[in-house]
Every structure is written in C-alpha cells, then in structure tokens.
Design a protein around this ligand. Structure first.
Ligand code: JB8
Length: 241
C-alpha cells in the first residue's frame, strides 16, 4: 500500500514512520509512507502557501493552487494513473473510527492532505473524496491526524501485525461485538497489594471466557453506554392486560 501525506512539515511524518510495527512494515516494503510539501509549488519569492482571507478577518488561509499542485504531485508519485483516495484532515470532517480505518485499508493508494494556519480555501474540498476528523477538538494542523489514520489503517493490512488474533479480538472488531476489551493481567500475581482475579489462575477456560465476556459487557455499559445496543437493554416493559 502506498500513502502520501501532503504537508508543510514532512519531517513530522518521517519521524513517526520510523518506529514500531509501522517502521517494520515500511522497512519490509509492505507499505510506503512518503510526503509532499505544497511549498514546492509556491510561486512567489517568499514561497508563500497561505494568504489573507477574502472578506477580512484574522489569520491566514491555505492557497488552493499550492495544495492542489501538492496533491497531484503526491498522486503521480505513488499511483501514476491508477486510482487514489484523497482524504482531507479537518475538524469539520466525518468522525474517524475503526470502520473508517477498515474501509480505507482497502485502498491501494491514499493521499492524506494536511492543513496549517486557519485552514483551507473552501475550493480544496471540491477536489477530495472525503474529509475526516479525529474528534471534537482542534489541532494546530492535520499532520497528527494523518498519522493516526495511517497507523490505524496499516495495522489492519494482512501480515503487518504478527498476531492476526490481536486484530480480530480487539475492541471495536466484530469478534468483540463492538464492546470494549476485558481487563488483562500478567505477572506478578500480587502487585502493590492488588491481586490478579483468582479465576484467571484457575485454568478453567470456559469460566475464564465467561468472566471476560461479562467484564467486557459491564465495562462497556459503564464507560461507553453509546456502544451497547443489545435488545435486552432496549426491551419494552410488558403491558398488563
Ligand atoms: C489548521 O484538528 B485538525 C486540524 C486543525 C487544523 C488544520 C487541519 C486539521 C489546519 N488547523 O484535524
């Protein structure tokens, strides 16, 4: 898979792709993550990529010409004439989640477009396939969001995670039924006065499975009730005759 990040700060992306499983996948040639700066397509003597907003107001806006030239160059670099999915990272986008990560992992080539300053000239949006937000908070630019997307997508690619079960059993995966994961423990059996639940030391796998399922359910109800849509919690009270 080939990913290009359009960014004024390529060094931010390069620092992030060198380590961990992502670094391994890149080193193995399984994925490429490269970046393209819109600054390369600046035309004035100051190499500006931003300008003042029409209609007035504070701050600066990313120029559409530099952003588009960066996108198109990024695209040619990874895909030639092959199809590419163009993704804009902004706080106004659709909320990113595991389903979006799975969907994007099916694309051979992604171009992730990052802004700085107060954001993009609105016309940039006419040239992208989708707009993604990490959540209801504002970053100083799209780079960290783009790396979140790359991380979430790359670890889903076949052969990137050593243990395929880690992907299929984790929170939000269908096997977990969209619930949060159960609590995990390792040695020592007692840590600063806190014991590992006895059942996990029992060797009774059926009981362990049942305990974990119940922990997942209870933990999800407590922390993320929005994820629970089971019929038992939604059942109507019986009407008496
Ligand atoms: C200027 O929070 B964000 C984000 C914030 C930004 C820009 C792009 C994305 C551009 N601030 O996802």
């Amino acid at each position: 898979m080939r990913y290009q990040v359009v960014t004024l700060f390529p060094e931010l992306i390069e620092a992030a792709i060198g380590v961990g499983l992502l670094g391994k996948a890149v080193a193995a040639g399984r994925v490429s993550v490269t970046s393209m700066s819109p600054r390369r397509f600046a035309t004035n003597k100051h190499l500006s990529v931003d300008d003042t907003p029409y209609g007035g107001g504070s701050g600066m806006v990313m120029r559409p010409d530099c952003v588009l030239a960066g996108m198109e160059s990024a695209e040619r670099a990874i895909a030639g004439e092959q199809p590419v999915r163009r993704v804009l990272l902004t706080p106004q986008g659709a909320r990113f989640d595991q389903a979006a990560a799975r969907r994007l992992s099916a694309h051979e080539s992604l171009v992730l477009v990052c802004g700085r300053y107060e954001g993009f000239d609105e016309r940039v949006r006419y040239f992208v396939d989708e707009e993604i937000s990490l959540g209801d908070f504002v970053l100083t630019g799209g780079e960290v969001a783009a790396m979140c997307v790359v991380e979430a997508v790359v670890r889903l690619l076949p052969g990137v995670l050593g243990n395929a079960e880690s992907v299929s059993e984790e929170s939000f995966s269908p096997v977990c039924k969209g619930l949060l994961e159960y609590p995990q423990y390792t040695r020592p059996p007692t840590f600063r006065g806190h014991e590992v639940p006895k059942i996990l030391l029992s060797g009774d796998h059926a009981k362990v499975d049942a305990w974990r399922a119940e922990q997942s359910r209870a933990r999800t109800l407590e922390r993320r009730p929005d994820l629970v849509t089971e019929p038992e919690t939604a059942s109507k009270p019986k009407r008496s005759t």
